[in-house]
Design a protein around this ligand. Structure first.
Ligand SMILES: Nc1ncnc2c1ncn2[C@@H]1O[C@H](COP(=O)(O)OP(=O)(O)O)[C@@H](O)[C@H]1O
Ligand SMILES: [Mg+2]
Length: 266
């Protein structure tokens, strides 16, 4: 099978006519795979431009979801190819994210504050007292019922004949401000896979702050959200990110920012 893409959880291969298979790594929990299939179908039924999800298949010891094939490339690739147009790319990211948040997400979706609380409890580097304080802080943030992606970043947007949003495993119902904060945390503190070429690394480092500024500014403009409404989610979102076992460098950055912010509020 021909490999056409790779993410942190899976590899994507050509599979039949106009379909691909997203093949999870060996041992990846099957209920998580079923959850991705269900979320993708649900989001598709809301009218979001996301590839149709067909079925689960087993290939060797691995499981995968068969999706409609998108002829296009991740927005991240466009950013690296045309870094001088970063403002425009940041605007595309902001506008698409704003469109997602215009949808209401009812019953079947997980609730953002619940997802964050579970992740904070599971965040290994934090002490029990820190977790208690974070959970208390989280409780006071507003509850929302907007459709949130939960992992919205430039590698989960594909640009083809349309703009497609993929990778809905973490789809949830919540406050757009929290979902934007999640994107900010991913872009600000995220590290690149170990095989990333030096040149690409260099370009991404240069783009990081301009992408962030452009994305935040344009999202706030479109939505009328205030900066501080987004900003107060950074603390719980950064803490929750620790549960995903980021690499040592990202973990260190996250722990530092979580402790700084906690000391500022206590
Ligand atoms: N339906 C699709 N059609 C074409 N390419 C895809 C499709 N889904 C994913 N890809 C490619 O594979 C990459 C990883 O897919 P993704 O679902 O985001 O995996 P992960 O959950 O591991 O991040 C994408 O960035 C994209 O390049
Ligand atoms: Mg992805």
């Amino acid at each position: 099978m021909k490999l056409i893409g790779r993410g942190k959880t899976a590899e994507i291969f050509e599979y039949g006519q106009d379909t691909i298979v997203k093949l999870y790594r060996d041992g990846y929990p099957e209920d998580a795979i079923r959850h991705e299939l269900r979320m993708s179908q649900l989001v598709c039924s809301l009218g979001i431009d996301t590839p149709q999800a067909h079925e689960i298949v087993a290939i060797g010891n691995r499981h995968g979801v068969v999706f409609q094939r998108i002829h296009g490339a991740p927005l991240l690739n466009a950013m690296i190819r045309t870094p001088w147009a970063i403002r425009k790319h940041a605007g595309t990211l902001a506008a698409l994210h704003y469109d997602v948040h215009a949808h209401r997400a009812a019953g079947a979706f997980r609730q953002q504050k619940q997802v964050l609380a579970d992740a904070i409890r599971a965040a290994q580097p934090l002490t029990a007292a820190e977790k208690d304080a974070l959970l208390h802080y989280l409780q006071q943030l507003p509850e929302g019922d907007a459709l949130c992606h939960g992992d919205f970043h430039p590698d989960n947007v594909l640009i083809g004949e349309k703009r497609w949003i993929i990778d809905w495993m973490t789809g949830m119902s919540g406050s757009p401000a929290g979902d934007v904060a999640r994107s900010v945390v991913l872009v600000r503190f995220g590290t690149m896979p170990s095989g990333t070429p030096k040149m690409v690394r260099g370009i991404i480092e240069l783009l990081r702050s301009r992408l962030l500024n452009g994305y935040i500014k344009q999202y706030l403009q479109l939505s009328g959200m205030r900066y501080d409404e987004m900003e107060r989610w950074i603390l719980p979102v950064a803490a929750a990110r620790l549960a995903e076992r980021p690499d040592a460098e990202e973990e260190e950055r996250l722990v530092r920012v979580v402790r700084q912010r906690m000391s500022a509020i206590s």
